[in-house]
Structures are given as C-alpha cells and as structure tokens.
Design a protein around this ligand. Structure first.
Ligand code: 13P
Ligand code: SF4
Length: 300
C-alpha cells in the first residue's frame, strides 16, 4: 500500500509544490520537506521559489512572510491554528505609539510578527540577522519589537545604540530558568551549552554560545564536544540526532516544546496539497509595505 509519505511526494510533484519546514517541526515533517531551515533560510528559499505552490510547515508568520516575499505564489499553511503567540503580542498601533515617542528611532521588527507590524517598520530581522541589521542602521535609537529578550541581547552586543524594547516574548524560550541551567550543568559539567537569544538574559549569561536555530545546529555539528546541551525547541535535538548520531544531545529543559510548531501532521500536509488549504491571502497594500521591511533585511 502506498504510504502517506509517498502520497505526499507524488502529489507535490503533480501540483508543482515546494514543501518548506522549520527545524521545530516534527521529524516526520522534516523528512518529507524539500528544505528544512531556520526562519531566515526559509524566507530566502520562499523568495526564490519557482514552484506554483509553497506549502509552509511552520507557524503563521512564516507562511505570511513567504507570501509577502513571493506574492505571485500560492502559499499554504497546513494548519490554520498554527500561530506564534509572540507574533500576536505587538500590534501596528503599539509600534505607531513608540514611533511618536521616539521620532528619531528606526523600527527593527523581528520576523515573529504580523504583516501589519512589519508594514509600519523600517526593517525586519531574524534571530540570525538581528546584530547585523541593527549594526547596519545609522540611527542611534532603535525601537525593537516584539521580543524583549532578543532586543536586550542586541543592546548588550551593540553598545553604541540605545535599544528601546517591547514586552513581547516566546513562551517556550522564556520558561527556561537559571535553575534549569544549573541542574543540567551539574549533571553534565563538560557539555557545551548552546542557547537561542529568545531565552532570558540570565540564561544567556550562563550559556557557552548564543545563536539562531541554524547557528546552534552549525555549532553543534562542528564542535569537538561529545555532549551538547540544546537551549532551543526540541525539534533541533531530533534533527541533530539524525544528522550526527555520534554525539549526545540533551534538551536544556523538558519544557522546550512549541505546541504550535507541533500541530502539523503528515495528514495535514497531504490534505493541504489536495485541497490547497489554508491559503494565505493578504491585501496588495499590506504586502507592499511589509515587503519593503522584509526585503531590506534580505539585502543587509
Ligand atoms: P529562528 O529564527 O532561529 O528560526 O527562530 C524562529 C523561532 O520561532 C524561534 O522561536
Ligand atoms: Fe513562536 Fe516561540 Fe514557537 Fe518560535 S518557539 S514559533 S517564537 S512560540
């Protein structure tokens, strides 16, 4: 009998579709994807896509970003409810209020945000490009939305800027505590600890390396260490176990599962291909303004 994975592969070819998946997706979704990456790499792939359809296995802001960068394509998010709570924390109105308060500041918006927020921003960034993006701007003051932890991390690294942060956060990374770090350190004193900048400053201070999902993966694969603690979503641990099974990978905290990223199943991907659901639709005007912020980031 034809397996669900075979059905997906066949239909994908017939429909001329590209399947993109974030590293936080379940490993079976990563297996059927044409490309697996972090949010920056996926945005780049989406922008360059030649296929008619992009099936985005991730969360809503990622699929929306793909539509903004490549509006002629049909972009599908297999599970309508797969959102990112952080992206919904800041509104365009919040940004406009901050702009009025700090008229000389440039607005740098983390891609984990809605199209409306991107549309009122000067430039976007991902966790892998945040330092480069902020460093490239002539403005002394930077309004950074929505992730407070990433904004504070940037402020600490780029000392000649005044970074005004917003109170957004990722529930998955924020719930990791210093106690979690100390417990793992005690158990694995020689392990290398790699963490995502969405974690709190106290956790970042106790780590060995801070980086985006892809930067963490690269570091883990290149490192001489046999024992590696991963301070980001569990999907990265699953990816690494498959990629290089000769090392031991440990999740920094058992709380690091993004329930939204885990909503997509193989059945959903098959149904997305069959029924073209759920299509991302955006007003032309919203695409135009948000495109400028996203595209500016791609060019930095
Ligand atoms: P990356 O930019 O590292 O892919 O992270 C995306 C994300 O949602 C982190 O929680
Ligand atoms: Fe959003 Fe956090 Fe999930 Fe990333 S891990 S998609 S920031 S909730």
């Amino acid at each position: 009998m034809e397996s669900i994975k075979d059905k997906i592969k066949k239909l994908k070819k017939e429909k001329n579709a590209l399947i993109l998946a974030h590293y936080y997706q379940d490993i079976e979704i990563q297996d059927i994807a044409d490309f697996v990456g972090d949010s920056f790499e996926l945005a780049k792939k989406a922008k360059q896509a030649k296929e008619n359809i992009i099936v985005f296995c991730g969360v809503h802001f990622m699929a929306e970003g793909a539509k903004i960068l490549n509006p002629e394509k049909t972009v599908i998010l297999p599970v309508k409810e797969a959102g990112c709570p952080m992206a919904d924390m800041a509104s365009a109105e919040d940004v406009i209020v901050l702009k009025e308060q700090y008229p000389d500041a440039a607005v740098v918006t983390y891609v984990n945000s809605t199209a409306d927020v991107k549309a009122v921003s000067d430039i976007c960034c991902t966790s892998s490009s945040a330092l480069k993006v902020v460093g490239s701007l002539p403005n002394k003051q930077i309004i950074f939305v929505p992730d407070e932890n990433l904004g504070q991390y940037v402020a600490k690294q780029i000392k000649d800027k005044e970074v005004i942060t917003f109170k957004g956060y990722c529930p998955v990374h924020k719930r990791v505590t210093v106690q979690d770090v100390e417990e793992v350190r005690e158990e694995l004193p020689d392990a290398l600890m790699l963490v995502h900048p969405e974690c709190t400053p106290e956790v970042l201070d106790k780590s060995d390396f801070i980086g985006s999902t892809s930067q963490i993966i690269k570091k883990a694969l290149e490192s001489e260490s046999k024992n590696i603690i991963i301070g980001t979503e569990v999907g990265v641990v699953e990816y690494l176990k498959k990629k290089d099974p000769n090392k031991n990978y440990y999740l920094l905290s058992p709380k690091m599962t993004c329930i939204n990223m885990k909503k997509t199943s193989l059945k959903d991907v098959l149904s997305a291909l069959k029924n073209s659901e759920y299509e991302i639709n955006l007003e032309k005007e919203a695409i135009g303004k948000a495109y400028n912020s996203l595209n500016r980031m791609m060019n930095v």
